[in-house]
Design a binder for this molecule. Structure first.
Ligand SMILES: NC(=O)c1ccc[n+]([C@@H]2O[C@H](COP(=O)([O-])OP(=O)(O)OC[C@H]3O[C@@H](n4cnc5c(N)ncnc54)[C@H](O)[C@@H]3O)[C@@H](O)[C@H]2O)c1
Length: 342
């Protein structure tokens, strides 16, 4: 088992543990005064995981199933949940445990951080993307007119990543997570990229998760010196975000396509010479888009990384060496050519 710490002002905010079999062991931090636990999960997540966690809690608990995927991240549902918490008498010293993908931990964190002005949250992420990205860093949120428009910045007390659960994921969901995991390698850990190059068919889950979690924790803890360095996590996301919406594909697939475009811009600016397409293809990820080019362009230029000086993108001058740069419309256009939107 490996252990990581997210700190705020030098104080432990989140303990993250990762390793095989952890969801079959007690997941709560030791703490006096806890009367009950609400376990939130979703129907798409094998129920056996939440039930197993609940059975080991050793405290009164209620398991609540929310709608699947982003269907859980709605204001109406959160209002219903608050009513349930009131009926159950959930108090200041109680805990909400979120068991599921990133959507579930986002809403679990949001409810925990707002109920009684904030109670303890524990996450058991059950997707690769949830484990290495969504569960770490304290961003909680629900969707209103747009995605994640309402949320809080509140760290969970504990994140328990069971790599056996992640190993058992359906291939498609696993692959989506590989896109964010290899992204972590591109921005900060060349050895993680090598792992994917060596074992494209079956990347070693424990090591991949440990390395990708370490990158996210380091970024969140501000170990990367320059101001605004959290933005390096957005490698592949500027174009990826546009493609995700315009083409209606999954986040992980869109990030893969976005990384191909960003690698092309990086090659033109810095001579970044890396077979991005081949490596991502070998992982089973898409490298071209069939979206409407005009719509992708519009979405890119609406991006929140745009400021008065233009559009900022994360580029690479080498694997593990990110640069945050303003890019021109011509460069972006060539990047779109590179993903087949010519
Ligand atoms: N808070 C953050 O910093 C952050 C970062 C990235 C993404 N997110 C959010 O995360 C969400 C995406 O997360 P995701 O990719 O995990 O998707 P998801 O949460 O929508 O889950 C995808 C599907 O996988 C199912 N599932 C979960 N665990 C499973 C398991 N072990 N076996 C089989 N199926 C399982 C889910 O029920 C769902 O049907 C989005 O809402 C996004 O906004 C948040």
């Amino acid at each position: 088992m490996s252990r990581f710490e997210v700190l705020t002002n030098g104080v432990l905010a989140t303990e993250i543990v990762a390793g095989p079999g952890l969801a079959t062991q007690p997941v709560l931090p030791d703490r006096a005064g806890r009367h009950q636990v609400i376990v939130l999960t979703q129907p798409g997540t094998p129920r056996i995981i939440a039930d197993g966690i609940a059975a080991n809690l050793r405290v009164d608990h209620t398991v609540v199933e929310l709608p699947d995927r982003d269907g859980a991240k709605s204001w109406e549902l959160v209002a219903e949940l608050y009513e349930s918490l009131a009926r159950l008498g959930v108090g200041r010293h109680d805990t909400i445990v979120g068991v599921g993908g990133g959507a579930l931990t986002d809403v679990a964190g949001f409810v925990a951080s707002t109920w009684l002005r904030g109670i303890e949250a524990v996450y058991v992420p059950t997707t690769v993307l949830g484990a290495i990205d969504a569960a770490i860093g304290g961003k909680t949120g629900i969707n209103l007119a747009g995605k994640n428009l309402v949320g809080t910045f509140t760290h969970p007390a504990r994140v328990v990543v069971d790599t056996d659960v992640l190993d058992a994921l359906p291939a498609g969901i696993k692959r989506e997570g590989w896109a964010e995991a290899i992204k972590a390698g591109f921005i900060a850990d060349p050895d993680l990229v090598s792992l994917f190059e060596q074992f494209p068919e079956n990347p070693p889950m424990v090591e991949v998760v440990e390395r990708a979690v370490a990158v996210k924790v380091d970024v969140v803890n501000g170990d990367f010196r320059e101001a605004g360095q959290r933005m390096i996590l957005n490698f592949g996301h500027t174009v990826g975000h546009g493609v995700e919406i315009a083409q209606g594909i999954s986040h992980g697939e869109a990030v893969a396509i976005g990384m191909v475009a960003a690698a092309d811009l990086s090659r033109r600016r810095y001579g970044f010479d890396y077979p991005m397409r081949d490596v991502l293809k070998a992982l089973g990820l898409p490298v071209t888009s069939t979206a409407d080019r005009r719509q992708v362009e519009e979405l890119i230029w609406l991006d929140k990384k745009r400021d008065a000086n233009g559009l900022k993108m994360v580029l690479l001058d080498a694997v593990g060496s990110p640069r945050i740069d303003y890019v021109t419309a011509d460069e972006v256009a060539l990047g779109l050519d590179a993903i087949g939107l010519g």
